[in-house]
Write a protein that binds this ligand. Structure first.
Ligand SMILES: [Zn+2]
Length: 181
């Protein structure tokens, strides 16, 4: 679509550019004997636009553009940016697809990468544990938190009672879970 001509003495036709216009580019797809003359950078830029629109009818372009709009709206409904990233790859549920041993997730990897019920996930967070810990290990973390939070043990400070209740609830979830050894 374009070629260099060392003999040309023209100036690049891109507005504001003073480089020698050594490269020619046809003015329109169906006008192949009338050329613009550009410098190397601007002939490349021109060709990129050309390639983008070439062979695409206006109707197809409009369809493509409205599809982009729909796509945008669809992706906005995902709250989680990680999930949105995966959905761009056509994967709607990365944890489901990748399974319990997923180590390939390029996004935020949760410790162990296990699929847990939300209650157990939350419980693990509350207990400041990791989801690949055993019940014995998590119990240790639980005990340590109780020690800090329980008014009978921490000298009557009741200000952390709510947190204590959460910790007790959390251990309850893990205790009866089959997801932990
Ligand atoms: Zn130029």
């Amino acid at each position: 679509m374009s070629g260099a001509s060392e003999t040309s003495t023209r100036i690049c036709e891109k507005e504001g550019c003073n480089q020698p216009g050594k490269y020619r580019a046809p003015k329109a797809p169906d006008v192949l004997d009338d050329f613009y003359w550009f410098c190397k950078d601007h002939v490349r830029e021109y060709n990129q636009q050309w390639n983008f629109f070439h062979g695409t009818t206006e109707a197809e372009m409009n369809a493509q553009m409205s599809k982009d709009k729909v796509w945008e709206r669809e992706t906005k409904s995902f709250v989680d940016p990680e999930q949105r990233a995966w959905s761009r790859l056509g994967i709607e549920d990365p944890h489901q697809v990748l399974g319990g041993n997923a180590t390939q997730n390029p996004g935020r990897v949760k410790a162990g990468g296990r699929k847990l019920p939300p209650t157990e996930r939350r419980a693990i967070e509350i207990l400041e544990a990791k989801d690949d810990w055993t019940k014995t290990e998590i119990r240790k973390a639980y005990k340590a938190l109780i020690k800090v939070l329980h008014p009978d043990i921490n000298g009557g400070d009741r200000s952390q009672e709510e947190q204590l209740q959460q910790v007790v609830w959390a251990w309850d979830q893990i205790k009866q879970s089959r997801n932990f050894k």
